[in-house]
Design a protein around this ligand. Structure first.
Ligand code: SAH
Ligand code: SF4
Ligand code: F3S
Length: 471
């Protein structure tokens, strides 16, 4: 029975791990599969196809994939027709090894093979063979993929979305010594600016209010195949008719140009937030991490941002327990984070990754020490985040209201339904973000969903802000 997918409606259950690149890829997978008459479902029991879109950034993330695969073993036994696929960074890293390790797995597709998924699935269906596709391609497949995504997100039949991400570049050339990304995502490739702008315009037409330009190192945009620089692209997106907010992630400190810094003062729609991963405050460690900047370089860029744009939010990533990190290196990091006072820090214990340089360094740090350092750092940052949140008490800020808060049964889906049914008058728990990317919860009428509204902050806890609409 070949090409079953084309004839009968099927259901896809997809689980996404990892970063925004993966979230974005999952959107594309859903779009592609819908072109084969395959709809998404929240219930694996109902699914004909199960896809895990995986992350390999740390050992823990990779482990999650194997436990998820374990969960589907029983289901496959009950229903041998079920097709199970693994995509994303673990798929890229492991390839055929994954098929060997999990006999109930049918398809492995790497990070450059999303566009091939429908064909791979058809192949499995018709021949019952097991396939792994992990080739790297030297072109960006997004052009064809995004058409599918919009087929699903329906410009003809719009499903309401408040904010979306657009991939502007893929891969990474930096080879930080701890990081698996260059191995699993390949070399940097930039999309053409005209394609990105066309995609943005379509989204704006579909009532999207906020666009995030996405890439592993967005500042490198333009160095690899695109016609304009990242700040130029950002400016063009900010000036598109009808867009309310523009963000970007992630920037590399070594590539953050003066032009980009200036842009925050020139483009009103550019949100006042930057995520600028520091990784460590010690020059010795930064050097062996191969980060390409010093503590002083980093601090100077931050001081400039703070001076030019008081109130701008700055967030970062820190790795503790990198091989060779002494107590004094760690203190350098602690002192720097106390000096800078980040709005938020995503902090991680160093995790050795196969193929990377740092995994073979002799001076690995014990888990106990990593654990201790992580706890100290997180405790300090919690106080900083809390006091920053408290500074907002009594202030009125513009919040883009994204939907119902998670506690109030499921955000975006409800928003879609509410829009469709025009059932927009009930007071409910809503959630949104400030320009500085801080989450604000509030009770308000559903009619505020998808709008930017002035909100007075009435409560500030370490992890969240509560507000009320200010009329
Ligand atoms: N491209 C982005 C983010 C990469 S991954 C950037 O360059 O900043 C997100 C974060 O995961 C990194 O910033 C880093 O802090 C962390 N990370 C990456 N590899 C890691 C590893 N092997 N162990 C622990 N944390 C890691
Ligand atoms: Fe990884 Fe470094 Fe590239 Fe970021 S810049 S993805 S941390 S190699
Ligand atoms: Fe993970 Fe791959 Fe993103 S390793 S963090 S999903 S690029």
């Amino acid at each position: 029975m070949e090409m079953q997918l084309d004839k009968k409606e099927k259901y896809l259950f997809i689980e996404t791990f990892g970063c925004q690149m993966n979230d974005n890829d999952s959107e594309k997978i859903i779009g592609l599969m819908s072109s084969l008459n395959c709809k998404t479902t929240d219930s694996p029991d109902k699914a004909d196809i199960v896809i895990l879109n995986t992350c390999s950034i740390r050992g823990k993330a990779e482990q999650k994939v194997y436990s998820a695969l374990g969960r589907f073993k029983k289901l496959k036994k009950q229903r041998p027709d079920l097709i199970i696929g693994v995509g994303g960074c673990v798929a890229q890293q492991e390839g055929n090894r994954l098929l060997k390790r999990a006999p109930h797995l049918d398809v492995v597709f790497g990070t450059h093979n999303i566009h091939r998924l429908p064909d791979l699935i058809k192949e499995v269906e018709s021949t019952r063979s097991r396939v792994a596709a992990t080739d790297f391609f030297s072109f960006i497949e997004d052009e064809e993929l995004f058409e599918y995504t919009y087929a699903k997100n329906g410009l003809e039949n719009p499903i309401y979305m408040v904010k979306v991400s657009i991939t502007i570049m893929r891969g990474c050339n930096n080879f930080c010594s701890y990081c698996i990304v260059p191995y699993v995502r390949g070399r940097e490739m930039s999309r053409k600016s005209s394609d990105i702008l066309q995609e943005a315009k379509k989204l704006i037409k579909a009532e999207v209010k906020e666009i995030t330009l996405l890439g592993q190192n967005v500042n490198s945009y333009g160095n690899n195949g695109a016609d304009i620089s990242f700040p130029e692209l950002l400016r063009l997106v900010c000036r598109l008719d009808g867009i309310e907010r523009v963000r970007f992630i992630t920037s590399h400190p070594k590539d953050m140009s003066e032009e980009l810094i200036q842009l925050f003062g020139e483009e009103e729609r550019l949100c006042r937030h930057i995520h600028l991963p520091l990784q460590s405050g010690s020059d010795t460690i930064l050097k062996i991490m191969n980060r390409g900047y010093t503590r002083e370089d980093y601090l100077n860029k931050i001081l400039k941002l703070k001076m030019l744009y008081p109130g701008m939010a700055i967030t970062t990533d820190i790795i503790v327990g990198f091989p060779g990190e002494t107590e004094s290196d760690f203190l350098d990091t602690m002192n720097l984070i106390k000096e800078i006072e980040f709005d938020n820090i995503f902090s991680f214990k160093y995790s050795p990754r196969q193929e990377t340089m740092a995994a073979s360094f002799d001076s690995q740090i014990s888990d106990t020490v990593k654990e201790e350092r992580l706890a100290i750092l997180q405790e300090t940052q919690m106080d900083i985040t809390h006091s920053k949140n408290q500074e907002m008490l009594g202030k009125t800020v513009d919040v883009l209201i994204e939907g119902k808060s998670k506690t109030a049964d499921g955000g975006a889906a409800i928003l879609n339904n509410a829009k469709r049914n025009n059932a927009v008058n009930a007071i409910t728990q809503l959630t949104g973000r400030t320009s500085c990317n801080k989450v604000v919860n509030l009770s308000a009428s559903e009619e505020f969903m998808g709008r930017i509204a002035p909100v007075r902050i009435i409560k500030a806890s370490p992890n969240s802000l509560t507000g009320s609409i200010w009329k």
